[in-house]
Design a protein around this ligand. Structure first.
Ligand SMILES: NC(=O)c1ccc[n+]([C@@H]2O[C@H](COP(=O)([O-])OP(=O)(O)OC[C@H]3O[C@@H](n4cnc5c(N)ncnc54)[C@H](O)[C@@H]3O)[C@@H](O)[C@H]2O)c1
Ligand SMILES: O=C(O)C(=O)C[C@@H](O)[C@H](O)[C@H](O)COP(=O)(O)O
Ligand SMILES: [Zn+2]
Length: 353
């Protein structure tokens, strides 16, 4: 159990094999009986929705469910409106609750609805993908997309509880597992030390599966400490965006061909390469980073980088202030830093490797 204690709110992240069968009893420790809307997707629902619904019903909750199409397109305002409409039709009030059962897409979407419905209702995350378990379910970033801008609408809205069962990963495809592992590598290079050494030992997809619980725990602990220090990304939380400024541009330009973590893998290597050339990242770090990603089959390059549309997307980065981007660089593993760069200078910087 990892406790997240923020100024405004505190909650537990429970990481335990089998916790997927205890959803009702866990949530009954923090919530009175009430209506609960479970949001899931078309892949996760058939596998786990019946069990989770039954567990909640056994503990006195009145359960409703809604299932969205799997994939990034469900992170839309239209989906928010549809589910808010369903909740209103069931008579959900401020005393009721919403539960995300799925990966990062379902978690981000459900978080937006939780923060908007009657200006905010109780919210829990049951994280089923590696991305959700190591990153998305913790820290309260919620968001939906426009076709041309990633995560453009959202909020900081913390869950009341996060349940992470590593056994969910048994049904996750290798591609989706490896995508989540990109965020693990991100966190390990930010953290340095033992965590960075651990990802250096992982050479196969099987090894990710074998070490999943350790990787989840280390990732959540690191993210917890960052979020507690800086909930709303005024300072150190920006580090969690390593690889994302370029990664989000690549993800959008790939029109669904690349998963979030795959684009972040490309983004991390691209930015690290440029900062190494500029002498900000110690020589040799990019190769170490690239090797870890390549070992498990992640992409590390893309012809999309440097195309005209690529520079257009950079201006939508949330770390853009008055035309100056704040880019995350790694000096050495364990020592991230922010480097300011004018948007106008980005083409030269990107061409500089
Ligand atoms: N809020 C945050 O801090 C944060 C952090 C990282 C990523 N994200 C967001 O998360 C999203 C990516 O998350 P994701 O990689 O989980 O994508 P996803 O939610 O689309 O899940 C990936 C695929 O795996 C399936 N799936 C999930 N769990 C499964 C299971 N146990 N068994 C079988 N199939 C399963 C899903 O149906 C989907 O097809 C992106 O939108 C990204 O922007 C948010
Ligand atoms: O929790 C955070 O803070 C992160 O930046 C985690 C990222 O992995 C995640 O992809 C996040 O959604 C990116 O947020 P954005 O602010 O760049 O939209
Ligand atoms: Zn991410």
């Amino acid at each position: 159990m990892i406790h997240v204690k923020l100024a405004s709110k505190a909650y537990d992240v429970v990481i335990a094999s089998g916790v997927r069968h205890q959803v009702g009893e866990r949530l009954a420790t923090i919530w009175q009986p009430r209506q609960v809307m479970i949001v899931t997707d078309q892949n996760v629902g058939p596998l786990y929705l019946a069990d989770v619904s039954a567990s909640l019903a056994q503990h006195g909750f009145t359960v409703h469910t809604t299932t969205v199409p799997a994939g990034e397109t469900s992170k839309s305002l239209q989906m928010v409106e549809q589910i808010v409409g369903e909740m209103a039709a069931y008579g959900f009030t401020r005393q009721d609750a919403i539960v995300a059962l799925g990966g990062g897409v379902v978690g981000d979407l459900t978080g937006v609805i939780a923060s908007l419905y009657m200006r905010g209702i109780a919210f829990a995350q049951i994280a089923t993908s590696l991305t959700a378990q190591v990153d998305a379910s913790v820290g309260g970033k919620t968001a939906v997309n426009m076709a041309t801008v990633k995560n453009i609408m959202g909020s900081f809205y913390q869950p009341d509880m996060v349940l992470i069962d590593p056994d969910f990963l048994q049904t996750l495809s290798d591609r989706d597992l490896v995508e989540g592992y990109a965020e693990v590598v991100k966190t390990s290079v930010l953290a340095g030390g033992d965590f960075w050494r651990l990802t250096g030992d992982i050479k196969t997809v099987a090894a990710i599966r074998e070490r999943a619980e350790t990787l989840i725990t280390k990732s959540v602990l690191y993210k917890r400490d960052i979020v507690v220090a800086d909930e709303k990304e005024g300072g150190v939380r920006k580090y969690l965006n390593f690889g994302h400024t370029l990664g989000h541009a690549i993800e959008l330009m790939a029109h669904g061909e690349l998963r979030h973590g795959e684009a972040v893998a490309i983004g991390m290597v691209a930015i690290s390469e440029r900062f190494e050339k500029a002498g900000i990242t110690e020589s040799g770090i990019t190769a170490l980073l690239r090797d870890r990603l390549v070992a498990v089959g992640l992409p590390v390059a893309s012809p999309l980088i440097g195309q005209a549309a690529f520079y257009d997307h950079l201006k939508n980065d949330k770390k853009n202030a008055a035309g100056t981007l704040q880019l995350v660089a790694i000096s050495v593993p364990g020592q991230p830093t922010i480097v300011q760069k004018d948007l106008a200078d980005m083409p030269a910087f990107v061409e500089s490797r």
